[in-house]
Design a protein. Sequence first.
Length: 612
Amino acid sequence: MFQATNSPFREDQVQWLNQLLPTLTDGQKIWLSGFLAAQLSASAQMATATLAPAAVQSAAPAPAVPAAPKEATVLFGSQTGNSHKLGKKLAGKLQDQGFEVALSSMIDFKPNTLKKVQNLFVIVSTHGEGDPPDNAISFHEFLLGKRAPRLEETSFSVLALGDTSYEFFCKTGKDFDQRLEELGAKRIAPRVDCDVDYEDAANQWLASVLSAVGQVPTGAQAVSGGAVQATPTATESAYSRSNPFPASVLENLNLNGRGSDRETRHLELSLEGSGLQYEAGDSLGVYPANHPKLVDDVIEAFGWNAEAPVPLPKNAGERPLKEALASVYEITVLTKPLLEQVAALAASSGLQELLAAGKEQQLKEYVKGRDLLDLAQDYNLKAIPAAKFVTLLRKIPARLYSISSSPKAYPDEVHLTIRKVEYESQGRVRYGVCSTYVSERVEPGQELPVFVQDNPNFKLPADGDVPVIMIGPGTGVAPFRAFLGEREETGATGKTWLFYGDQHFASDFLYQVEWQRWLKDGVLTRMDVAFSRDTDRKVYVQHRMLEHSKDLYEWLMQGAAVYVCGDEKKMAHDVQAALLTILKQEGGLGEEEAAAYLTQMQQDKRYQRDVY
């Protein structure tokens, strides 16, 4: 604090400074000092203009004032890795503009440092029914809670990833965007909401952000912050989501035995020559084709000509209608935005009534489980030309599948475990697009367009001595086949415990021979199974966990990492409830203490989920 006795200021000036200085941020203080130094320098230069030449030569130059560092924090919340990838890209671009960048997963970010952030960029996906992804849950709760600080000195922008086929499209991103504004932060670039085909929209957001923060003067040095540069390296593959690799199919086998009412395909694909690399825990994106019967029925219902040329997305030329509907456009999912656009083209169809205010519940019930054929038949849409209608459709999104092979065990190959989806609804048979495609129409020797989807949120411990508990019923067991193959190849010595379940032991025990071999060789320490239809009482993996609660708790106390893969809507919730019960029952924890322990496990990367 200034004192009148030891400063050159008058008493009234001292009082004024003592009121002002505590309110200034570090950045404002640095700017002010630079401003005053510049003013002083300018005054000195003006004074020297009237001095004699000798006096001018003897005047010492004003010391240079270092510019305040430009800082940015990029936070990502991601279930499958897309937000992480985009975060790295933005961080690299900001570094190129001279920013000191902190790039962090939301779960690793310290919330008590939020108030110090100058420029905040949030990239986050929405999972399930409007929920934040696992690694964004704690930060989402903090920001929307009472402990969130005022952020008047923070500038921000949000990129939201989502899927328009879900009711709560991009809800998590919208939550962050609204809350940051409520806390006083200044939005420097508008939020952008991305559908599954997100690249173009994400690039537009990146451009708006980089434009908002401005350019660095020519010759300025890029600051080496904590971010990973997004520039491609020589070792990166040329193949990606937007440029998939045509992988040759080596094997396509049905894993279910005789008498099963299920069909689960084991696919082995060659990646030779692709340059694509993956790790155990990653996913593979597959671009499928629509069912031929559905394509034919849609064309007939709309009264279209199957051979008529129609435009492709992004001005990529034209194709015959039947070919475009088979392999380019999505026809199996209805969304509210699509229905709104169709209603605008077909004013007399009656769709406006379904979209009217107050009919939200009816609309929600209608779009769930229906497809383009239902829409054409229910609303008699034969008047819309095909070339105009297809421009309303989005591209077929890739389907992501947990990889079921270790790259160390199967170099230049990738394996998938895909269960065929087929059911009856609204009076006709419905097909899972990709699962039916690979089970019915893909043979060895054919090619599938694929790309690798990194999943940094589902990785084995770096220390091979750490015990591992894996919970994966049905096709959820896929990544654990990769995990055990990886641990076998690396010689990891930590204990492993697998919980697996399905309907029938005799016909639905996927990869049974491999589990038995790993049990014999010691790669798999312990396995507990639950076949729900083999007994009068339906038994699932969570029941087996509770039966062995004491042993499971002991493993947790030894530092075991827990992995869960499979259905998010029910199984994952039941498994989490079982873990909480075990912590309370065996550890004597209260409800809040058990929840806090599980949250800490997530933050320590000891509780990871790959759920869908």
